[in-house]
Structure formats: C-alpha cells, structure tokens
Design a protein around this ligand. Structure first.
Ligand SMILES: Cc1ncc(COP(=O)(O)O)c(C=O)c1O
Length: 470
C-alpha cells in the first residue's frame, strides 16, 4: 500500500518521489485516518477540494499562524482557510467574543439584537443599500441568481470561463473545463462541472472568456433579452489571480445596463482582501448585487448577498403577503455565533491600519519567488491581490483561463510537498490556489517562508526538466 502511494509521482522524477516518500513518513497517522474514514466518507474528506494524492493531512488544532496535524507536526499556515482567515486562527478577540456568546446560545432562529448595529456597519463598509445574511458563498450566489431571475423575468445566467462560484447547480459550469471539452476560445462551450446537474443547465448557463468583451457583445446581440444575470469575480481568484484589464469591468457595467441584465460581482474572495471593502469599490464600478463570504466572518460560517434596494426588496415586496416575494430562508441564517464573528472581525480585527504591513510582507514573498524563478529558469511569476498571492505557472502575463490551462500547473506539486515537509503550508491546496497572510502572521513567519522558497523552486525546476526529457 505504502509503495502504491508513490506511483502517481514517478513521472515527476526521483526528487519529487523522494519528497512524497518523506511526506508519507511524516504523516503516518493521517494515512491511517484517511484509510479508515474513506470507507465511510467519500475520498475521506467533506469538500472535494480537500482531497489530493497521496492523501490529505488530518489536523487537530490551530492557533494564530500555526496549525498542528495528527502526527504532531507543526506548520506555519499560509492557506488560512482558502483565504478566509485574514484574522489568523482563533484570534484572541474572536475567542473572547465566542466564549461570551456560547454560554448565551449560538442558535436562536429568532432575529438577534446585533442586527441593528450590523445593518449600518455592513451597508456602509460595502456600499450597498440592503443585504441578507446566509451561511456560505454558494448560498449567496444561489440567491443572487434567483434575485436576478426574479427581477428580470428571464432565466439565463452568464458566467466567466474558469471562475468558481461554489456548488450551486447553475454556476457549476466551466469552472475548470478540460481542453478537449472547452470549445472555441472566443465562444466557450458550457461544460458541466459535475455529474447530477439538471439537463437544462447547459442551456441556462452561458460562458464567456474573461477580459474579452467582444464575445460577450456577440452573445448579448443574439440573446441579450433572455439573460437574467452576469456573474463575475471582479478579480479572478480561483485560477491563480487574474486582474481585469483597464476598462473591462466598466464595459461589463455598461453592457449589462444596456440589456437590463443584473450585474453580480462575486466578492467571496475579493471582499476584505486588500482593504476593508470590496473590489467593486476599488475599481469604482458599481454592480447591482454583490456576494461576500470568507474573510467577513473570521472563520464563522456566514455570507452576505446585498446590493440595490430595488432588487433586494423583491425578497419582501410591500404589496405581497409574507412569502410571495423571492424566498430567502434558512435555519442557520444570521445565527448569533456568526453575527458576533462578523461584528468583531469587521470592527476590531480587519481594520484599515492592518493592511499595509501585510501587503508589504506579501511584496517580499513575491520578490523572493521571482528571484528564485529567475535563478532556476522556471517559467512562472507571482500575482498579488491585497494580502493574498498566487503563482502563475507561465512566463507570459496571464489574462484569461485558457492561458492558465496552458501553463505548467503540475509544478505546484514539488513546491507543495517540499514546503509542507519542512513545516510551511505554502498556499491552499491546488495549483489554482492562493496564499493568504493574516494579521497574526509575524515577520519571522514570512522570513521562514521566504527562506524555503529557493529550495522549493529548485525542485520545481528539477521536476520540469525531468518531465520535459521523459
Ligand atoms: C469566488 C467564490 N465564490 C463562491 C464560493 C463558494 O463559497 P463557499 O465555499 O463558502 O460555498 C467560493 C469558494 O471558494 C469562491 O471562491
């Protein structure tokens, strides 16, 4: 069994096999748990993204910038919950607030008094008229799409190729389509990401490339009056990090206005990432709806769907009795535990003054990577957004998903295993993912990360050479 775990890595060459061997040696208890729980839990994990070969590490405790696995290995965590934990793990202010709240109950299913303060706070920080709380980014997107359909009386959603918006059926399309299925670059085919999606999904979701306005114009000329909403991450953060080209978001705004389409900015990752606010505010483009999750709650399960009063108030039209508007409901919505987390995170932890230090440290990580890429001739660069960063496995600047697909994504594996074996989790799991600095990362934590970059990139170069010679 042990040797079988190594087979997948032989194509990467002996140095990577050696790193995976070390990984197996350092994590015997994780392997044991994986082998036992995967009998009951598919892949041994509860979110598909958490699985990777040979098996994921199982953790038991986290504090500040550190996380400990079941074999008592300590790691400096730069994954930080896929960018959720800009607060760091178990921030002392959150722990105090949680302890206080836990003894008063964490679920009422009645409206909670803190809503009064949060109402003003949220609308002001994120510059929206109205909002509702939900529990996850996926839920928020689902409601944004429902609201868009209700508002326009149309059914079709447009999304961007290579953007992930969570697990709602009608956005689970072309999040990461394979080359063979994706169709022409300018007019991508809608590729279903999952088995089990309704047959009509292909017809109800259209896909366009990022940073390219002409294909969208053509699509709207044909079907503009059937489109309910356009969903887009203002900065793509699920295929590495890809910035909008100057004027792109503005053109999306103008076109959606022209065709009366609801413009939805998915700010689940971009929200609170570069300062206390959204990418919409940063780029000066005002969408009709936004979705927020991740960083707003310091790790609590919470999301927000918010935007223009005209659309949001469809949830409760004044002329309709209780439930005849757009349905938004949920047992766990706006529970006291989540709301306390949001309040403390936004008012006491992720304040404006916290960002400059982290952004500066992030620049240092970028510089170290770039020096190592140059030294070992690895065709890659780093893109930063706020307190997060990602490696783009290409020499040329990447502007859309097709270019990501053509890049050397497999080079993430040597980097990951090498760093993890030394006690640094360099980024979230997967080559498309990013790292995140939290307010609890110290200068020393970042120095350690930087210190390990040279050897990890040397290993990337060795694997690259081995693979190209095979
Ligand atoms: C941009 C974006 N939207 C939506 C989601 C879904 O959020 P959740 O995992 O909380 O359902 C994610 C998750 O990573 C995301 O990155």
């Amino acid at each position: 069994m042990y040797e079988a775990y190594l087979v997948d890595w032989e194509d990467f060459g002996p140095e990577v096999v050696n790193e995976v061997r070390k990984y197996l040696e350092r994590t015997p208890r994780s392997r044991e748990i994986y082998e036992s729980v995967s009998e009951y839990i598919p892949l041994g994990v509860n979110s598909n993204q958490r699985y990777y070969a040979p098996y994921p590490i199982y953790f038991k405790e986290a504090r500040a910038s550190r996380i400990w696995d079941v074999d008592n290995n300590e790691y400096i965590d730069f994954n930080m919950g896929y960018g959720t934990l800009i607060t760091g793990h178990a921030h002392p202010r959150l722990v105090t607030a949680w302890e206080k709240q836990i003894s008063k109950g964490i679920l009422y299913t009645y409206p909670f008094e803190l809503l009064e303060e949060l109402g003003e706070l949220i609308t002001e920080i994120f510059d929206i008229d109205m909002f509702r709380f939900s529990n996850s980014g996926s839920e928020a997107i689902m409601y944004a799409c429902r609201l868009a359909r209700a508002y326009t009386g149309r059914d079709i959603i447009i999304k961007i190729e290579g953007s992930y918006h969570g697990t709602y059926d009608y956005v689970l399309v072309s999040s990461w389509p394979t080359r063979g299925l994706a169709g022409p670059r300018r007019m991508p085919v809608s590729v279903l990401d999952s088995l089990g999606l309704p047959e009509d999904t292909e017809d109800l979701v259209r896909v366009v490339p990022y940073n390219d306005i002409d294909p969208l114009v053509e699509l709207l000329e044909e079907e503009g009056d059937e489109i309910a909403g356009l969903v887009v991450e203002p900065v793509m953060m699920n295929a590495g990090i890809i910035y909008p080209e100057p004027g792109y978001l503005r053109k999306l705004r103008d076109l959606t206005k022209e065709y009366d389409i609801v413009l939805i900015f998915d700010e689940v990752k971009t929200g609170m990432r570069a300062y206390p606010g959204t990418a919409s505010q940063m780029f000066g483009v005002d969408p009709d709806l936004i979705t927020l999750a991740k960083a707003i709650g310091g790790g609590a399960t919470v999301s927000i769907i918010g935007g223009d009063e005209e659309i949001m108030s469809l949830i409760a039209p004044s002329e309709a009795p209780r439930y005849q508007g757009v349905i938004h409901a949920g047992t766990y919505n706006a529970n006291p535990f989540s709301l306390v987390s949001v309040y403390v995170t936004l008012t006491e932890i992720l304040t404006k003054d916290q960002y400059p230090r982290l952004i500066k440290l992030n620049e240092e990580i970028k510089k170290a990577y770039q020096e190592a890429f140059d030294k070992y001739g690895v065709e890659a660069y780093v893109e930063l957004f706020g307190v997060s960063g990602a490696i783009m496995y290409s020499k040329e600047k990447i502007r859309n998903f097709r270019q990501v697909l053509n890049s050397k994504l497999e080079l993430w594996y040597p980097l990951y295993f090498n760093m993890v074996n030394k006690g640094v989790i360099p980024n979230a799991t997967g080559p498309e993912e990013m790292w995140t600095l939290s307010v609890q990362h110290t200068e020393e934590d970042v120095e350690t990360y930087i210190e390990y970059i040279d050897e990890a990139v040397r290993l990337m170069a060795a694997a690259d050479k081995y693979m190209s010679e095979e």
